[in-house]
Write a protein that binds this ligand. Structure first.
Ligand SMILES: Cc1cc2nc3c(=O)[nH]c(=O)nc-3n(C[C@H](O)[C@H](O)[C@H](O)COP(=O)(O)O)c2cc1C
Length: 396
């Protein structure tokens, strides 16, 4: 996914330096070209050979190293870079960068870089809260650096507080957001619903369905990577919400209805991938419902139809996509839904087809619009998500 993109990782003299080995490895697995520049002091915490083995590139430390591949290495690397991540960023390097000091390979290369730059401060809480460091961070923000707020927690020095470098997976998400995908949904507001809803019967039991939320989460993440401002309204799932989306967690169909309809007006694109329970118990029992002769009787009523509301209140230029899970007559039933609910697209699948449906990581979908039926082959849910967004982009 990051093939052909060049990432510079700047590593400084902090105990968190060892964690950057996993970040380098994650990026290499996604086929990015990764170059690590370390400060002299960082070498006290991790050996450059670790990075050289993981990235396949010489780890740069010394500006005046005679053993170079390029003409003027700091300039040529700066030109190649698509993004820079300085992590962990020591108080010392933060100070030097804020004031234009370029006395080693890392700070010199950074002055020559025009690409987006992320910086992840990592230090003891007192150092991080020191007004000098805070002022330097403000200066760096002014110059266009994106400063990643440190996490709070137990620090290597034994203190507990802020100043902790986020985990490599989190740092990876920042780089991925910058580099992945065409940014063809920039400026668009996208609302995605995902996961199951739950309706209590009594304090112990509830009605729900098999939705894992994977398809909706994949759509939300893909839209975010393509530059959209994304709201994800999700039922209870076992998934971690994607970073950089506005996450709204709900439980019942009524809560989802409220969360969606209160935000629907401002959206350019609404994709309803959630599996909302159509029925709920008319009364939620205070005590456990007793079974009689092996039978349990509960009176049900319909939940509100979110898609029907959205179709009725669709504003001009708003794109509305529903999902349809069928066990028979998939195309016919989905087309009927498209017309009846005033949708622009139905992403349909036959849950009986192998590789399609709720729990797995793949799907077999047909995208149905007024004038087209696009039958997608078996794909990962991430690939399906991109196809859904491609089709919406082309139809808008
Ligand atoms: C064990 C140890 C851990 C350190 N951890 C940090 C740290 O997390 N953050 C920081 O700013 N400085 C830390 N320092 C101090 C820096 O290494 C020191 O300021 C050094 O001059 C930074 O050099 P550099 O910015 O060129 O890498 C640590 C020092 C030691 C001995």
């Amino acid at each position: 996914m990051l093939k052909g993109r060049t990432v510079i990782l700047g590593v400084t003299g902090s105990i968190a330096a060892y964690k950057i080995a996993s970040l380098a490895s994650m990026l290499v697995k996604k086929q990015a070209s990764v170059h690590v520049i370390m400060t002299q002091n960082a070498m006290n915490f991790i050996n450059p050979i670790t990075f050289e083995t993981l990235t396949g590139h010489k780890c740069l430390v010394d500006t005046f190293d005679r053993n170079f591949e390029f003409q003027v290495e700091h300039v040529s690397l700066a030109k190649q870079a698509d993004v820079v991540m300085i992590a962990p960023a020591s108080a010392n390097v933060i100070g030097k960068l804020a004031h234009g000091i370029a006395d080693d390979m890392l700070t010199t290369t950074l002055l020559a870089c025009r690409c987006p730059k992320f910086l992840s401060p990592a230090m003891n809480t007192a150092m991080y809260e020191n007004p000098i460091v805070q002022d330097n961070l403000k200066i760096l923000k002014k110059y266009g650096y994106e400063v990643i707020t440190p996490a709070s927690g137990y620090l290597a020095c034994g203190d507990t507080g802020s100043g902790k470098m986020p985990e490599p997976e989190t740092l990876y998400q920042y780089i991925e957001k910058e580099l992945a995908g065409p940014k063809d949904l920039t400026g668009k507001k996208v609302l995605v619903t995902a996961g199951p809803t739950q309706e209590n019967i009594d304090p112990v039991r509830y009605i729900t369905n098999h939705s894992s939320g994977k398809m909706g989460y994949a759509v939300a993440k893909a839209a975010m990577l393509r530059g959209a401002e994304v709201t994800l309204v999700s039922g209870q799932t076992a998934l971690t919400p994607p970073m950089f989306v506005d996450y709204v967690q709900i439980t019942t169909a009524e809560e989802m209805y409220q969360a969606v309809t209160s935000r629907s007006d401002e959206q350019d694109i609404i994709i309803k991938a959630a599996a909302v329970a159509d029925y709920r118990p008319k009364t939620v029992y205070d005590n456990k419902v007793k079974k009689q002769d092996g039978q349990m009787s509960i009176e049900l009523e319909r939940t509100r139809d979110i898609l029907a509301y959205l179709g009725e209140h669709k504003r001009e230029n708003q794109f509305l996509c529903g999902f349809s899970m069928e066990t028979e007559n998939m195309i016919g039933n989905s087309r009927a839904k498209l017309q009846k609910k005033n949708l622009d697209m139905v992403a349909a699948n036959n849950v009986k087809v192998e590789g399609a449906g709720f729990q797995g990581d793949t799907n077999v979908m047909t995208l149905i619009t007024q004038d087209q039926e696009i039958a997608l082959p078996l794909m990962s849910k991430e690939e399906v998500a991109d196809k859904i967004l491609d089709t919406i982009r082309d139809k808008m």
